[in-house]
Design a protein around this ligand. Structure first.
Ligand code: PLP
Length: 365
């Protein structure tokens, strides 16, 4: 049995979400139909919308269901970035980077948080902008100071889109407290199904859909809604166990004793996420060794391709030289302390073995 410590790639489905999805599959109706079965489907969809809105302090009418976080980010940039300059943080997810290809890149400080002075200078430089800043980074767990970013945006007439995909369920996410104009969230990062997410607006904005069609989602997104997905998403909403931060730090302390560096250690971070750099040891070798020992972790942002790519996040933090030596450990809502203890032992074995091999290789060359 493999111990799953890759929740930031995709969470283990929560039992309540699975049961709700199964119930939703039994409903034949289309939420747009006016007959009884259609109304039953519609009622379930709207109940999901209300619960999701309530979880982030938004109004149900401002929740637009999407196919996931990637589409929610793309929709926000398409709608709110229209006729505006676009500015994005250097450590944003590829979902944002690819939807805002022409954007100006805002640097981060060595601790991984957005450089507020650079943001202010960029905002002061030109016409009104759309700023994209993630609440928490998927590779390091670093939490950006969104309320301060929002205040700067407001002062300069800019809009702010926040990718809260990794933050949801791990830290409180409240739209008004953050001061964002829109939020992207995704079900499979919190124990809901894959393939459903939402873009949530703070107020009404002019409709500018990415996908046209039959007028669903108040004309924001054409296509029959993914009812089992939406219902499963709402049923998965819960906060992770409060012990995660302690467990994360237990792993970090043990890894540091082995010679590892934890990225973003000086910044506020998600309780479930740890980015560990083992200097001189390739990330793929670490992954394989831990996999053979029965522990599933990942290298950087390998959440879609599964391949070990160079991390733009660590590069932006000034850790380019070590970017190929980093693995990400991300705890699931289902993780137990026994699994943490087992992982620490496996990490020690892996680090001892691979550091010795790296040392021998260096001595021989
Ligand atoms: N934003 C962040 C920060 C993510 O970590 C991810 C997924 O890894 C996404 C967006 C994309 O979400 P989805 O997989 O639902 O498209």
């Amino acid at each position: 049995m493999t111990t799953y410590l890759d929740a930031n790639a995709s969470e283990t489905i929560r039992p309540k979400a699975r049961a709700t999805i199964e119930a939703a599959w039994r409903l034949p109706g289309n939420p747009a139909s006016v007959h009884g079965p259609g109304r039953a489907a519609r009622a379930m969809l709207e109940e999901a919308r209300v619960r999701i809105a309530g979880f982030v302090g938004a109004q149900p009418k401002h929740v637009v269901f999407t196919s996931g976080g990637t589409e929610a980010d793309a929709m926000a940039i398409h709608a709110l970035g229209y006729n505006r300059r676009q500015l994005i943080g250097a450590t944003e997810h590829d979902a944002v980077r690819s939807a805002a290809r022409e954007a100006g890149i805002l640097p981060v400080l060595p601790d991984g948080t957005l450089d507020l002075a650079a943001l202010e200078a960029a905002l002061a430089e030109g016409p009104p902008a759309l700023v994209c800043a993630m609440l928490a980074n998927n590779e390091t767990g670093v939490i950006h100071p969104i309320p301060a970013i929002a205040a700067l945006c407001r002062a300069h007439g800019a809009l702010l889109h926040v990718d809260a995909v990794q933050a949801l369920g791990r830290i409180p996410v409240d739209l008004a407290a953050l001061g964002a104009d829109s939020l992207a969230i995704s079900a499979h990062k919190i124990g809901g199904p894959k393939g459903i997410g939402a873009l949530i607006f703070a107020r009404d904005f002019p409709t500018r859909p990415l996908i046209g069609g039959g007028g669903q989602e108040k004309n924001w997104r054409g296509g029959t809604q993914n009812l089992p997905g939406a219902a499963g998403f709402a049923a998965a909403l819960a906060m992770n166990p409060p012990e995660h931060a302690v467990w994360r730090d237990e792993i970090a302390a043990a890894a540091q004793e082995c010679g590892a560096i934890a990225a973003g250690l000086d910044a506020p971070r998600l309780p479930n996420t740890l980015c560990l750099i083992l200097p001189g040891v390739r990330a793929d070798l670490q992954l394989i060794s831990l996999d053979l020992a029965g522990y599933a972790v990942s290298a950087g942002a390998a959440c879609s391709s599964g391949k070990v790519a160079k991390s733009h996040v660590l590069e932006a933090m000034g850790l380019a030289a070590q970017a190929g030596n980093a693995i990400r450990v991300s705890l699931s809502w289902a993780t137990t302390h026994e699994e943490i203890t087992g992982f620490i032992a496996a990490y020690r074995d892996m680090a001892t073995k691979l550091l010795r091999q790296a040392h021998l290789r260096k001595a021989a060359s």
